[in-house]
Design a protein around this ligand. Sequence first.
Ligand SMILES: Cc1cc2nc3c(=O)[nH]c(=O)nc-3n(C[C@H](O)[C@H](O)[C@H](O)COP(=O)(O)O)c2cc1C
Ligand code: SF4
Ligand code: SF4
Length: 257
Amino acid sequence: MIFYFSGAGNSRWAAETISVALGDTLCTIGDKVLKGDTIDIKDGERIGIVCPVHGWMPPMIVRKFVSLLHAKGKHYCFCVMTAGDSIGEAMHILKNDMEMVGLTLDAAFTLIMPESYVCLPFFYTDKPLKEQCKIERATRDLIQYIEDIKKEKSVKHLKKGFFPIILTYVLGIPFNRMLITDKPFRVDTERCLHCGLCAKVCPVGNIVMRSDSTPMWKRCGLCTNCMACYHHCPAHAINHWTTKNKGQYTFKNNKPK
Ligand SMILES: Cc1cc2nc3c(=O)[nH]c(=O)nc-3n(C[C@H](O)[C@H](O)[C@H](O)COP(=O)(O)O)c2cc1C
Ligand code: SF4
Ligand code: SF4
């Protein structure tokens, strides 16, 4: 079983590619967490988690999801974490979370993909050429990772960046505590096309449409700032802190459910 979380579609593409190659079933993490039930894993079943890194940590929703897992016996577990450039110690945190529920993370991979974080000054989407290069490289890396997973190898291919402990524990923890919020989301009602796509693509159901068919953020506590709503909006009508006049990015084959 492969569980994934994705905002701009990078991790979704990786999860779908792995699922096709292995013939394993795909499942969305957002839906599982919204349900809130314990997730029973069949004896001996392979478990894959595919998700982005958020502020050099696993997204909070992914950590909540891991806490719901219930598995007995031996399982081969792997995680593919997509990132704009580095994951710090995020995989170490996920590994510890998995151990808390009795699972061992056997294989761990980083896939460098186009940038999706744009909420703070100096954070932009990548230029088209850089996006293209990253996707080509990620496609090649993923083929190799799938071979490792098929053979159930215990391997690590991680891009932690310089000073990963500082990235995660000095910068990442306050980033995730203070800057992951849906409060700053605004819609430009002049631009909005009333299409409802933002609500449809939100992986945690945090957007409802008002009676005038513009979006409202529910503040349900599950928003991870994955930026799916911002990046998918066909009118670039959604803003958060410093996103005005910044680019949008979605993985090119990513289609809303
Ligand atoms: C809230 C947020 C935080 C992010 N933090 C990091 C980070 O710490 N390091 C990094 O390399 N990329 C970071 N990124 C970029 C994403 O991890 C990267 O673009 C990822 O592939 C997006 O996957 P997705 O399209 O499946 O959501 C961040 C993106 C978001 C939205
Ligand atoms: S996706 Fe954009 S245009 Fe469509 S309803 Fe949402 S804000 Fe409006
Ligand atoms: S409201 Fe937007 S940023 Fe927050 S989880 Fe939903 S799609 Fe992602």
